[in-house]
Ligand binder design. Structure first.
Ligand code: NCD
Ligand code: ZN
Length: 429
């Protein structure tokens, strides 16, 4: 298949150029004038072409909770949101902690073939934090990174060994930073608001204590480490300083941490769709996250897409599981609250959502639009807005605090390895 994208503004993290883009089979064949006849022409005048988005942190509930999300619905949601590559976290049932599980998942993902689903293996068997999984086998099966996400590794000596083995096998450890003894059974940030309603809170130090320990180990061992879903000002101060001192630490945040605070949770009357782990912080945290994105202390925006069934999200706030869906909203939330708000420019957004994740995970020929790279591309119209309506979401779960919100910027086409995998209704290119 040959596709010609005509007259678009082509955005990379370092440059924006206007011109034509020619796709042959699965790769970008040419940027500029072409004489070859295409099979399909997409007129993209006035639109922007971006590298396909890469999500380092998605929860697809396969295997175990396919009623909440499966590989098919998750792929459709990802494509609609502009993601062409997603990494799925191993907190499934059973956990993705061995070669057989990972092989099976990749085989199932291959049968769907909408976008690329890549596995995150578990650091420890059953994600129990007791015994390391077989890193060599997980690497051989196709894992590029490992995480016990949802659980921190409480045993520092086990994390030390995990980091050493990860270095040996060139795997990235993605760390869920939380001191479980401090967060205990809290369900929101410890704050005047939690006290006012007599609810058990999670102190901000629960995250940064773990961030500090993990970074200290990475420093000691001279290894890489990636910190998942950073949500506090203090964590960012620690990460910034460590980066300045040369520690090989990278980190991500998620859109809800630069758009919402605990005040929004109160205004929602403690709706479980505002419950996430780590919990929403205060205004200072939100400002620090925005600043961290601007300064480059935060390397990526990941979704932490965490689908939950309506039944479970209708439980009282304290009992409901944490998590929000994010694949279909992340781009527009980031565009609206960061680019439109003039905190970042479009190139910065491409860096945070595509170029940096590709680099951190060593994905070859992804995250940058150039001749010879995979034709993983999205076409977006930034002059249009859309309303978040639950029945319009492709994800099986609808647990988002943004229902009813109007967001700017819309994905019109998603192309993965040269194949158009999503087209907005009414667009035919
Ligand atoms: C995650 C989930 O639902 O899988 N939820 C979340 O709020 N981030 C797990 C977790 O990290 O707690
Ligand atoms: Zn997590």
């Amino acid at each position: 298949m040959k596709i010609l994208i005509k007259g678009a503004k082509i955005v990379n993290f370092d440059d924006i150029i206007e011109g034509n883009l020619f796709i042959r089979n699965s790769r970008i064949a040419k940027i500029g004038e072409v004489s070859e006849e295409p099979d399909k022409i997409i007129d993209a005048k006035g639109k922007f072409v971006l590298p396909g988005l890469i999500d380092m942190h998605t929860h697809l509930r396969t295997p175990g909770r396919e009623d909440e999300e499966d590989l098919w619905s998750g792929s459709k949601a990802a494509a609609k949101g502009g993601f062409t590559t997603i990494f799925c976290m191993p907190n499934t049932r059973p956990a993705l902690d061995n070669q057989g599980q990972v092989n099976w998942l990749l085989e199932e993902a291959g049968k769907i073939g909408i976008i690329e689903i890549l596995p995150v293996g578990a650091i420890t068997k059953g994600r129990e934090g007791k015994e390391l999984s077989e890193f060599g086998m997980l690497k051989k099966a196709g894992c590029l990174c490992l995480s016990d996400d949802g659980n921190p590794l409480e045993d520092s000596s086990l994390l030390r060994r995990a980091l050493e083995y990860a270095k040996m096998y060139d795997l990235l450890i993605i760390s869920h930073c939380e001191d479980k003894n401090l967060s205990a059974s809290g369900s929101l940030r410890e704050h005047l608001i939690s006290s006012k309603y007599g609810m058990e809170g999670i102190p901000w130090a629960s995250e940064s204590i773990a961030v500090f320990r993990d970074i200290e180990l990475a420093r000691y061992l001279d290894t890489k480490i990636h910190i998942a879903h950073v949500s506090t000002k203090r964590s960012l101060q620690i990460i910034k300083k460590a980066k300045e001192e040369g520690v090989k630490v990278s980190c991500e945040t998620a859109p809800h941490y630069f758009t919402l605070t605990i005040e929004d949770l109160e205004k929602s009357h403690f709706h479980p769709n505002f419950k996430v782990n780590p919990p929403l912080g205060n205004r200072e945290d939100l400002e620090a996250i925005r600043e961290g994105l601007k300064e480059g202390v935060i390397d990526c925006i990941a979704t932490d897409h965490a689908p939950h069934s309506q039944g479970e999200k209708e439980l009282p706030f304290e009992e409901a599981p944490p998590g929000v869906v994010g694949l279909e909203l992340a781009f527009s939330l980031s565009y609206t609250y960061l680019v439109k708000a003039q905190i970042l420019d479009l190139k910065d957004l491409v860096k945070l959502m595509s170029y940096n994740p590709a680099n951190i995970l060593g994905l070859k020929d992804k995250g940058y639009i150039k001749e010879g790279a995979w034709a993983d591309l999205i076409i977006v119209d930034l002059s249009r807005s859309w309303q978040v309506l639950p029945h319009k979401l492709f994800s099986k779960s609808k647990n988002t605090p943004f229902i009813g919100h109007t967001l700017e910027g819309i994905v019109e086409f998603t192309i993965c390895k040269g194949k158009v995998v999503y087209t907005e209704k009414g667009k035919n290119g």
